[in-house]
Design a protein around this ligand. Structure first.
Ligand code: SAM
Ligand code: SF4
Length: 469
Protein backbone atom coordinates (compact mmCIF):
# COMPACT_ATOMS: atom_id res chain seq x y z
CA UNK A 1 0.00 0.00 0.00
CA UNK A 2 1.48 3.32 -0.99
CA UNK A 3 -0.72 5.93 0.62
CA UNK A 4 -0.53 6.00 4.40
CA UNK A 5 -1.32 9.71 4.42
CA UNK A 6 -4.61 10.50 2.69
CA UNK A 7 -5.09 13.61 0.58
CA UNK A 8 -1.44 14.46 0.07
CA UNK A 9 -0.99 18.08 -0.78
CA UNK A 10 2.02 19.60 -2.49
CA UNK A 11 3.41 21.97 0.13
CA UNK A 12 5.95 23.29 -2.37
CA UNK A 13 4.11 26.34 -3.67
CA UNK A 14 5.89 27.02 -6.96
CA UNK A 15 4.14 30.32 -7.51
CA UNK A 16 5.11 31.57 -4.04
CA UNK A 17 8.74 30.53 -4.54
CA UNK A 18 8.91 32.29 -7.91
CA UNK A 19 7.38 35.43 -6.40
CA UNK A 20 9.85 35.40 -3.51
CA UNK A 21 12.73 35.14 -5.97
CA UNK A 22 11.26 37.92 -8.12
CA UNK A 23 10.86 40.31 -5.20
CA UNK A 24 14.41 39.69 -4.05
CA UNK A 25 15.99 40.16 -7.51
CA UNK A 26 18.87 42.65 -7.93
CA UNK A 27 19.52 43.08 -4.21
CA UNK A 28 21.00 46.29 -2.80
CA UNK A 29 24.45 45.97 -1.28
CA UNK A 30 23.26 47.38 2.06
CA UNK A 31 20.44 44.85 2.22
CA UNK A 32 22.83 41.94 1.55
CA UNK A 33 25.25 43.17 4.22
CA UNK A 34 22.43 43.50 6.73
CA UNK A 35 21.27 39.93 6.08
CA UNK A 36 24.83 38.63 6.39
CA UNK A 37 25.32 40.49 9.63
CA UNK A 38 22.15 38.94 11.05
CA UNK A 39 23.11 35.50 9.71
CA UNK A 40 26.33 35.60 11.75
CA UNK A 41 24.17 35.14 14.86
CA UNK A 42 23.46 31.60 13.61
CA UNK A 43 19.71 31.96 13.82
CA UNK A 44 19.12 30.88 10.22
CA UNK A 45 17.57 32.73 7.28
CA UNK A 46 14.02 33.34 6.13
CA UNK A 47 13.04 32.33 2.60
CA UNK A 48 13.12 36.01 1.57
CA UNK A 49 16.64 36.48 2.96
CA UNK A 50 17.78 33.30 1.25
CA UNK A 51 16.29 34.50 -2.04
CA UNK A 52 18.25 37.74 -1.67
CA UNK A 53 21.57 36.01 -1.04
CA UNK A 54 20.94 33.69 -3.98
CA UNK A 55 20.87 36.70 -6.29
CA UNK A 56 24.16 38.35 -5.37
CA UNK A 57 26.10 39.22 -8.51
CA UNK A 58 28.86 41.40 -7.01
CA UNK A 59 32.09 39.37 -6.46
CA UNK A 60 32.86 41.49 -3.39
CA UNK A 61 29.55 40.45 -1.84
CA UNK A 62 30.35 36.83 -2.68
CA UNK A 63 33.47 37.17 -0.56
CA UNK A 64 31.37 38.65 2.28
CA UNK A 65 28.98 35.71 1.94
CA UNK A 66 31.82 33.18 2.17
CA UNK A 67 33.34 35.01 5.15
CA UNK A 68 30.01 34.91 7.04
CA UNK A 69 29.54 31.20 6.23
CA UNK A 70 33.12 30.49 7.36
CA UNK A 71 32.47 32.23 10.68
CA UNK A 72 29.20 30.39 11.35
CA UNK A 73 30.76 27.06 10.40
CA UNK A 74 33.70 27.68 12.74
CA UNK A 75 31.51 28.87 15.62
CA UNK A 76 29.20 25.86 15.51
CA UNK A 77 31.35 22.98 14.29
CA UNK A 78 34.86 24.13 15.14
CA UNK A 79 37.28 22.19 12.93
CA UNK A 80 35.70 18.74 13.24
CA UNK A 81 34.73 16.83 10.15
CA UNK A 82 32.66 13.64 10.21
CA UNK A 83 33.75 10.86 7.83
CA UNK A 84 31.73 8.05 6.29
CA UNK A 85 31.67 5.69 3.32
CA UNK A 86 28.73 4.83 1.08
CA UNK A 87 28.14 1.10 0.68
CA UNK A 88 26.00 0.01 -2.25
CA UNK A 89 23.93 -3.05 -1.36
CA UNK A 90 22.09 -3.37 -4.68
CA UNK A 91 22.03 -1.64 -8.05
CA UNK A 92 18.88 -3.42 -9.20
CA UNK A 93 16.28 -0.83 -9.98
CA UNK A 94 12.87 -0.77 -11.62
CA UNK A 95 12.79 2.98 -12.10
CA UNK A 96 13.73 5.01 -15.07
CA UNK A 97 15.50 8.13 -13.83
CA UNK A 98 17.10 9.66 -16.91
CA UNK A 99 20.18 10.86 -14.98
CA UNK A 100 21.16 7.61 -13.21
CA UNK A 101 23.35 4.72 -14.32
CA UNK A 102 21.11 2.27 -12.40
CA UNK A 103 18.14 3.22 -14.63
CA UNK A 104 16.15 0.08 -15.55
CA UNK A 105 16.74 0.75 -19.25
CA UNK A 106 20.52 0.59 -18.88
CA UNK A 107 21.22 -2.84 -20.32
CA UNK A 108 25.00 -2.44 -20.16
CA UNK A 109 25.14 -2.42 -16.36
CA UNK A 110 25.64 -5.75 -14.63
CA UNK A 111 23.03 -5.90 -11.86
CA UNK A 112 24.12 -7.12 -8.49
CA UNK A 113 22.44 -7.51 -5.11
CA UNK A 114 24.75 -8.52 -2.29
CA UNK A 115 23.99 -11.69 -0.34
CA UNK A 116 24.51 -11.64 3.46
CA UNK A 117 27.89 -13.25 2.93
CA UNK A 118 28.88 -10.60 0.38
CA UNK A 119 27.64 -7.81 2.66
CA UNK A 120 29.84 -9.15 5.43
CA UNK A 121 32.86 -9.23 3.08
CA UNK A 122 32.39 -5.60 2.06
CA UNK A 123 31.77 -4.47 5.66
CA UNK A 124 34.94 -6.21 6.83
CA UNK A 125 36.91 -4.48 4.05
CA UNK A 126 35.48 -1.09 5.13
CA UNK A 127 36.14 -1.80 8.80
CA UNK A 128 39.73 -2.70 7.93
CA UNK A 129 40.14 0.80 6.46
CA UNK A 130 38.88 2.33 9.72
CA UNK A 131 35.29 3.22 8.83
CA UNK A 132 32.71 3.31 11.64
CA UNK A 133 29.86 5.08 9.84
CA UNK A 134 28.32 3.82 6.62
CA UNK A 135 25.63 5.07 4.27
CA UNK A 136 23.88 2.00 2.83
CA UNK A 137 22.54 2.64 -0.68
CA UNK A 138 19.85 0.69 -2.54
CA UNK A 139 18.24 0.83 -5.98
CA UNK A 140 14.45 0.73 -5.95
CA UNK A 141 13.22 -2.65 -7.12
CA UNK A 142 9.74 -4.09 -6.43
CA UNK A 143 11.30 -7.32 -5.16
CA UNK A 144 13.41 -5.50 -2.53
CA UNK A 145 11.07 -5.06 0.43
CA UNK A 146 11.45 -3.26 3.77
CA UNK A 147 12.01 -6.56 5.64
CA UNK A 148 14.91 -7.38 3.40
CA UNK A 149 16.42 -3.87 3.73
CA UNK A 150 16.14 -4.18 7.53
CA UNK A 151 17.88 -7.57 7.39
CA UNK A 152 20.75 -6.12 5.39
CA UNK A 153 21.15 -3.33 7.97
CA UNK A 154 21.21 -5.93 10.75
CA UNK A 155 23.86 -7.92 8.87
CA UNK A 156 26.00 -4.78 8.69
CA UNK A 157 25.70 -4.18 12.46
CA UNK A 158 26.36 -7.85 13.22
CA UNK A 159 29.58 -7.93 11.22
CA UNK A 160 32.08 -7.29 13.97
CA UNK A 161 35.66 -8.13 13.18
CA UNK A 162 37.95 -8.79 16.07
CA UNK A 163 40.81 -7.11 14.29
CA UNK A 164 39.01 -4.04 12.93
CA UNK A 165 36.02 -3.27 15.11
CA UNK A 166 32.45 -2.64 14.09
CA UNK A 167 30.12 -0.28 12.23
CA UNK A 168 28.54 2.01 14.81
CA UNK A 169 26.06 3.90 12.68
CA UNK A 170 24.42 2.70 9.47
CA UNK A 171 22.54 5.44 7.65
CA UNK A 172 20.24 4.40 4.81
CA UNK A 173 19.52 5.89 1.39
CA UNK A 174 16.76 3.79 -0.12
CA UNK A 175 13.51 4.42 -1.90
CA UNK A 176 10.58 5.78 0.13
CA UNK A 177 8.76 3.15 2.21
CA UNK A 178 5.37 3.08 3.91
CA UNK A 179 5.19 4.01 7.61
CA UNK A 180 5.20 0.27 8.44
CA UNK A 181 8.24 -0.24 6.26
CA UNK A 182 10.09 2.62 7.94
CA UNK A 183 9.19 1.18 11.32
CA UNK A 184 11.18 -1.92 10.39
CA UNK A 185 14.22 0.23 9.67
CA UNK A 186 13.73 2.08 12.92
CA UNK A 187 13.58 -1.21 14.81
CA UNK A 188 17.00 -2.32 13.52
CA UNK A 189 18.43 1.02 14.63
CA UNK A 190 19.31 2.86 11.45
CA UNK A 191 20.96 6.24 11.89
CA UNK A 192 19.70 8.79 9.38
CA UNK A 193 17.15 7.93 6.71
CA UNK A 194 18.06 9.85 3.57
CA UNK A 195 15.89 10.55 0.56
CA UNK A 196 16.53 13.24 -2.03
CA UNK A 197 13.60 14.79 -3.86
CA UNK A 198 16.00 15.27 -6.84
CA UNK A 199 13.92 18.23 -8.08
CA UNK A 200 11.05 19.98 -6.33
CA UNK A 201 9.80 21.36 -9.64
CA UNK A 202 6.92 19.09 -10.55
CA UNK A 203 7.07 19.44 -14.31
CA UNK A 204 10.81 18.76 -14.36
CA UNK A 205 10.29 15.88 -11.94
CA UNK A 206 7.83 14.27 -14.36
CA UNK A 207 10.11 14.81 -17.32
CA UNK A 208 13.13 13.05 -15.76
CA UNK A 209 11.35 10.18 -13.99
CA UNK A 210 9.99 8.18 -16.86
CA UNK A 211 8.95 4.94 -15.23
CA UNK A 212 8.53 2.98 -12.02
CA UNK A 213 7.33 3.94 -8.56
CA UNK A 214 9.55 7.00 -8.44
CA UNK A 215 7.28 8.76 -10.94
CA UNK A 216 4.99 9.57 -8.00
CA UNK A 217 6.20 13.02 -6.87
CA UNK A 218 4.01 13.25 -3.76
CA UNK A 219 4.84 9.74 -2.54
CA UNK A 220 8.47 10.82 -2.51
CA UNK A 221 7.79 14.31 -1.15
CA UNK A 222 6.21 12.80 1.96
CA UNK A 223 8.86 10.09 2.47
CA UNK A 224 10.54 11.96 5.32
CA UNK A 225 7.18 12.66 6.96
CA UNK A 226 6.45 8.92 6.96
CA UNK A 227 9.94 8.10 8.25
CA UNK A 228 9.46 10.51 11.15
CA UNK A 229 5.99 9.23 11.80
CA UNK A 230 7.54 5.77 12.10
CA UNK A 231 9.91 7.03 14.80
CA UNK A 232 13.07 7.68 12.75
CA UNK A 233 14.23 10.94 14.29
CA UNK A 234 17.14 11.81 12.00
CA UNK A 235 16.20 12.33 8.37
CA UNK A 236 18.28 13.69 5.50
CA UNK A 237 16.96 15.59 2.50
CA UNK A 238 18.56 16.74 -0.72
CA UNK A 239 18.18 17.93 -4.28
CA UNK A 240 20.11 16.78 -7.32
CA UNK A 241 21.57 20.03 -8.62
CA UNK A 242 21.67 20.38 -12.39
CA UNK A 243 18.13 19.24 -13.15
CA UNK A 244 16.35 22.57 -12.63
CA UNK A 245 17.03 26.16 -11.54
CA UNK A 246 19.17 25.97 -8.39
CA UNK A 247 17.55 29.05 -6.84
CA UNK A 248 14.15 27.42 -6.98
CA UNK A 249 15.55 24.17 -5.56
CA UNK A 250 17.18 26.01 -2.66
CA UNK A 251 13.96 27.71 -1.59
CA UNK A 252 12.06 24.46 -2.05
CA UNK A 253 14.57 22.54 0.10
CA UNK A 254 14.17 25.11 2.86
CA UNK A 255 10.39 24.99 2.52
CA UNK A 256 10.59 21.22 2.95
CA UNK A 257 12.77 21.68 6.04
CA UNK A 258 10.26 24.16 7.51
CA UNK A 259 7.41 21.77 6.79
CA UNK A 260 9.11 19.02 8.82
CA UNK A 261 9.84 21.45 11.62
CA UNK A 262 6.21 22.54 11.66
CA UNK A 263 4.90 18.96 11.79
CA UNK A 264 7.48 17.21 13.95
CA UNK A 265 9.19 20.00 15.88
CA UNK A 266 12.52 19.32 14.18
CA UNK A 267 13.94 19.88 10.70
CA UNK A 268 16.28 17.61 8.74
CA UNK A 269 19.38 16.23 10.46
CA UNK A 270 21.33 16.57 7.21
CA UNK A 271 21.05 18.10 3.75
CA UNK A 272 22.86 16.75 0.68
CA UNK A 273 23.37 18.63 -2.57
CA UNK A 274 24.71 16.19 -5.14
CA UNK A 275 25.61 17.73 -8.47
CA UNK A 276 24.83 15.75 -11.63
CA UNK A 277 27.85 13.66 -12.65
CA UNK A 278 28.36 11.59 -15.82
CA UNK A 279 26.84 8.12 -15.45
CA UNK A 280 26.83 5.07 -17.72
CA UNK A 281 24.26 5.39 -20.55
CA UNK A 282 22.57 8.39 -18.91
CA UNK A 283 22.81 11.15 -21.54
CA UNK A 284 21.25 13.73 -19.25
CA UNK A 285 24.07 13.27 -16.74
CA UNK A 286 26.57 14.30 -19.43
CA UNK A 287 24.50 17.33 -20.44
CA UNK A 288 22.70 18.64 -17.36
CA UNK A 289 19.73 20.84 -18.29
CA UNK A 290 20.80 23.47 -15.70
CA UNK A 291 24.54 23.01 -15.14
CA UNK A 292 26.03 24.37 -11.93
CA UNK A 293 29.56 25.81 -12.07
CA UNK A 294 31.97 25.61 -9.14
CA UNK A 295 31.37 29.21 -8.04
CA UNK A 296 27.59 28.71 -7.92
CA UNK A 297 28.14 25.44 -6.07
CA UNK A 298 30.20 27.28 -3.46
CA UNK A 299 27.42 29.85 -3.07
CA UNK A 300 24.89 27.04 -2.59
CA UNK A 301 26.95 25.55 0.25
CA UNK A 302 27.60 28.91 1.93
CA UNK A 303 23.93 29.96 1.78
CA UNK A 304 22.79 26.60 3.17
CA UNK A 305 25.23 26.96 6.05
CA UNK A 306 23.71 30.34 6.92
CA UNK A 307 20.11 29.25 6.32
CA UNK A 308 20.23 26.10 8.50
CA UNK A 309 23.29 26.55 10.74
CA UNK A 310 22.72 23.40 12.82
CA UNK A 311 21.94 21.00 9.99
CA UNK A 312 24.75 18.71 8.83
CA UNK A 313 25.84 19.40 5.26
CA UNK A 314 27.08 16.32 3.41
CA UNK A 315 29.54 16.28 0.54
CA UNK A 316 30.34 13.21 -1.52
CA UNK A 317 33.35 12.19 -3.60
CA UNK A 318 31.44 13.31 -6.70
CA UNK A 319 33.42 16.53 -6.21
CA UNK A 320 37.17 16.98 -6.76
CA UNK A 321 39.66 17.04 -3.87
CA UNK A 322 40.46 20.74 -4.48
CA UNK A 323 36.86 21.92 -4.43
CA UNK A 324 36.05 19.68 -1.47
CA UNK A 325 38.78 21.43 0.48
CA UNK A 326 37.23 24.87 -0.20
CA UNK A 327 33.72 23.68 0.68
CA UNK A 328 34.84 22.42 4.09
CA UNK A 329 35.74 25.93 5.15
CA UNK A 330 32.44 27.46 4.12
CA UNK A 331 29.98 24.93 5.41
CA UNK A 332 30.35 21.21 4.80
CA UNK A 333 30.38 19.15 8.01
CA UNK A 334 30.41 15.52 6.76
CA UNK A 335 32.32 13.96 3.87
CA UNK A 336 32.61 10.52 2.36
CA UNK A 337 36.04 9.15 1.56
CA UNK A 338 37.52 6.25 -0.38
CA UNK A 339 34.08 5.68 -1.94
CA UNK A 340 32.96 3.03 -4.41
CA UNK A 341 29.49 3.09 -5.97
CA UNK A 342 29.11 -0.53 -7.11
CA UNK A 343 27.87 -3.33 -4.81
CA UNK A 344 30.81 -5.42 -3.62
CA UNK A 345 33.49 -3.06 -4.90
CA UNK A 346 35.28 -2.72 -1.54
CA UNK A 347 36.08 -6.40 -1.24
CA UNK A 348 36.17 -7.67 -4.81
CA UNK A 349 38.48 -6.09 -7.41
CA UNK A 350 36.24 -7.54 -10.15
CA UNK A 351 33.65 -4.86 -9.24
CA UNK A 352 36.08 -2.07 -8.58
CA UNK A 353 36.16 -0.65 -12.12
CA UNK A 354 35.19 2.95 -12.99
CA UNK A 355 32.89 1.91 -15.84
CA UNK A 356 30.52 -0.03 -13.56
CA UNK A 357 30.05 2.66 -10.90
CA UNK A 358 26.77 4.58 -10.46
CA UNK A 359 28.39 7.85 -11.48
CA UNK A 360 31.92 9.15 -11.88
CA UNK A 361 33.86 9.82 -8.72
CA UNK A 362 36.21 12.79 -8.87
CA UNK A 363 38.04 12.31 -5.58
CA UNK A 364 39.76 8.93 -5.72
CA UNK A 365 42.00 9.31 -2.67
CA UNK A 366 42.01 6.53 -0.07
CA UNK A 367 40.54 7.17 3.39
CA UNK A 368 44.05 7.43 4.85
CA UNK A 369 45.13 9.99 2.24
CA UNK A 370 41.98 12.06 2.84
CA UNK A 371 42.65 12.02 6.58
CA UNK A 372 46.27 13.04 6.14
CA UNK A 373 45.17 15.91 3.87
CA UNK A 374 42.40 17.18 6.11
CA UNK A 375 44.66 17.15 9.15
CA UNK A 376 47.22 19.14 7.14
CA UNK A 377 44.41 21.59 6.35
CA UNK A 378 43.67 22.08 10.06
CA UNK A 379 40.66 19.74 10.46
CA UNK A 380 40.05 16.91 12.93
CA UNK A 381 38.44 13.79 11.46
CA UNK A 382 35.63 12.35 13.54
CA UNK A 383 33.82 9.03 13.57
CA UNK A 384 31.76 9.95 16.60
CA UNK A 385 28.42 8.18 16.99
CA UNK A 386 27.83 9.04 20.65
CA UNK A 387 24.66 11.11 20.22
CA UNK A 388 22.85 8.51 18.23
CA UNK A 389 23.82 5.76 20.65
CA UNK A 390 22.86 7.79 23.71
CA UNK A 391 19.53 8.82 22.20
CA UNK A 392 20.57 12.40 21.56
CA UNK A 393 18.77 12.53 18.21
CA UNK A 394 16.09 14.56 16.46
CA UNK A 395 14.71 17.47 18.44
CA UNK A 396 16.83 16.57 21.45
CA UNK A 397 20.03 16.78 19.37
CA UNK A 398 19.06 20.11 17.80
CA UNK A 399 18.21 21.52 21.19
CA UNK A 400 21.57 20.51 22.61
CA UNK A 401 23.45 21.65 19.51
CA UNK A 402 21.96 25.09 19.88
CA UNK A 403 23.37 25.37 23.39
CA UNK A 404 27.07 25.05 22.55
CA UNK A 405 27.03 21.35 23.23
CA UNK A 406 29.03 20.59 20.09
CA UNK A 407 32.21 22.05 21.60
CA UNK A 408 31.58 20.35 24.95
CA UNK A 409 31.01 16.86 23.59
CA UNK A 410 31.76 16.69 19.89
CA UNK A 411 35.33 17.98 20.06
CA UNK A 412 36.36 15.52 22.82
CA UNK A 413 34.57 12.67 21.06
CA UNK A 414 36.20 13.45 17.73
CA UNK A 415 39.62 13.27 19.40
CA UNK A 416 38.79 9.93 21.03
CA UNK A 417 37.64 8.39 17.74
CA UNK A 418 40.62 9.87 15.90
CA UNK A 419 42.96 8.33 18.48
CA UNK A 420 41.38 4.92 17.74
CA UNK A 421 41.91 5.45 14.03
CA UNK A 422 45.56 6.32 14.56
CA UNK A 423 46.14 3.27 16.78
CA UNK A 424 44.39 0.75 14.55
CA UNK A 425 44.41 1.81 10.91
CA UNK A 426 46.64 4.76 10.06
CA UNK A 427 49.77 4.67 7.94
CA UNK A 428 52.95 5.77 9.69
CA UNK A 429 52.92 9.27 8.18
CA UNK A 430 49.24 9.87 9.00
CA UNK A 431 49.84 8.64 12.53
CA UNK A 432 52.61 11.19 12.96
CA UNK A 433 50.56 14.21 11.85
CA UNK A 434 47.50 12.86 13.65
CA UNK A 435 49.20 12.50 17.03
CA UNK A 436 50.50 16.07 16.75
CA UNK A 437 46.98 17.27 15.89
CA UNK A 438 45.48 15.52 18.93
CA UNK A 439 48.07 17.01 21.32
CA UNK A 440 47.27 20.51 20.04
CA UNK A 441 43.53 20.05 20.10
CA UNK A 442 43.36 18.70 23.65
CA UNK A 443 44.34 22.22 24.67
CA UNK A 444 41.17 23.51 22.95
CA UNK A 445 38.84 21.24 24.93
CA UNK A 446 36.87 23.10 27.60
CA UNK A 447 38.94 23.15 30.79
CA UNK A 448 36.57 20.95 32.78
CA UNK A 449 36.80 18.29 30.05
CA UNK A 450 40.53 18.21 29.50
CA UNK A 451 41.55 15.77 32.24
CA UNK A 452 38.92 13.23 31.31
CA UNK A 453 39.84 13.48 27.62
CA UNK A 454 43.54 13.00 28.38
CA UNK A 455 42.86 9.97 30.52
CA UNK A 456 40.61 8.40 27.88
CA UNK A 457 43.14 9.05 25.12
CA UNK A 458 45.66 7.13 27.24
CA UNK A 459 43.22 4.28 27.81
CA UNK A 460 42.71 4.00 24.04
CA UNK A 461 46.50 3.86 23.57
CA UNK A 462 46.51 1.02 26.06
CA UNK A 463 43.93 -0.95 24.07
CA UNK A 464 40.45 0.15 25.22
CA UNK A 465 38.00 1.06 22.45
CA UNK A 466 34.74 2.91 21.90
CA UNK A 467 35.08 5.48 24.69
CA UNK A 468 32.89 8.57 24.42
CA UNK A 469 31.26 11.33 26.43
N1 SAM B 1 17.27 4.48 -5.45
C1 SAM B 1 17.17 5.35 -4.36
C2 SAM B 1 16.61 6.67 -4.78
O1 SAM B 1 16.58 6.96 -5.96
O2 SAM B 1 16.24 7.41 -3.88
C3 SAM B 1 18.48 5.60 -3.63
C4 SAM B 1 19.75 5.37 -4.34
S1 SAM B 1 20.18 6.57 -5.53
C5 SAM B 1 21.57 5.73 -6.14
C6 SAM B 1 20.90 7.86 -4.50
C7 SAM B 1 21.01 9.21 -5.15
O3 SAM B 1 21.98 9.22 -6.18
C8 SAM B 1 19.78 9.71 -5.85
O4 SAM B 1 18.83 10.19 -4.93
C9 SAM B 1 20.33 10.80 -6.75
O5 SAM B 1 20.23 12.09 -6.16
C10 SAM B 1 21.83 10.45 -6.88
N2 SAM B 1 22.22 10.30 -8.29
C11 SAM B 1 21.66 9.53 -9.22
N3 SAM B 1 22.29 9.70 -10.42
C12 SAM B 1 23.27 10.61 -10.22
C13 SAM B 1 24.26 11.22 -11.08
N4 SAM B 1 24.33 10.93 -12.36
N5 SAM B 1 25.10 12.12 -10.52
C14 SAM B 1 25.03 12.44 -9.21
N6 SAM B 1 24.13 11.89 -8.36
C15 SAM B 1 23.25 10.99 -8.86
FE1 SF4 C 1 17.07 3.78 -9.39
FE2 SF4 C 1 17.57 5.61 -7.52
FE3 SF4 C 1 19.06 5.49 -9.75
FE4 SF4 C 1 16.57 6.31 -9.90
S1 SF4 C 1 18.26 7.33 -8.77
S2 SF4 C 1 17.53 4.82 -11.29
S3 SF4 C 1 15.59 5.08 -8.34
S4 SF4 C 1 18.94 3.95 -8.16
Amino acid sequence: MQHDIPELENFIDEQAINNTLKHAAKPERANVLEILSKARNAKGLTLEETATLLQITDPELDEELFAAARDVKKAIYGNRLVLFAPMYITNECGNSCLYCGFNVTNKDLTRRTLSSKEIRKDVIALEAQGHKRLLLVYGEHPKLKADWIAETVQTVYDTVSEKSGEIRRANVNCAPLSVDGFRKLQEVGIGTYQCFQETYHQKTYSSVHKGGVKKNFLWRLYALHRAMEAGIEDVGMGALFGLYDYKFEMLALLTHAQELEKNFGVGPHTISFPRLEPALNADMAYNPPCPINDMTFKRIVAILRLAVPYTGLILSTRESAGLRRELLDIGVSQISAGSRTYPGAYSDPEYDRPEVQQFCISDNRSLDEVIHNIVDAGYIPSWCTACYRLGRTGEHFMDLAKRGFIQQYCLPNSLLTFQEYLEDYATESTRKVGKACISNEVENCPEDRRTVVESRLKRIEQGERDLYL
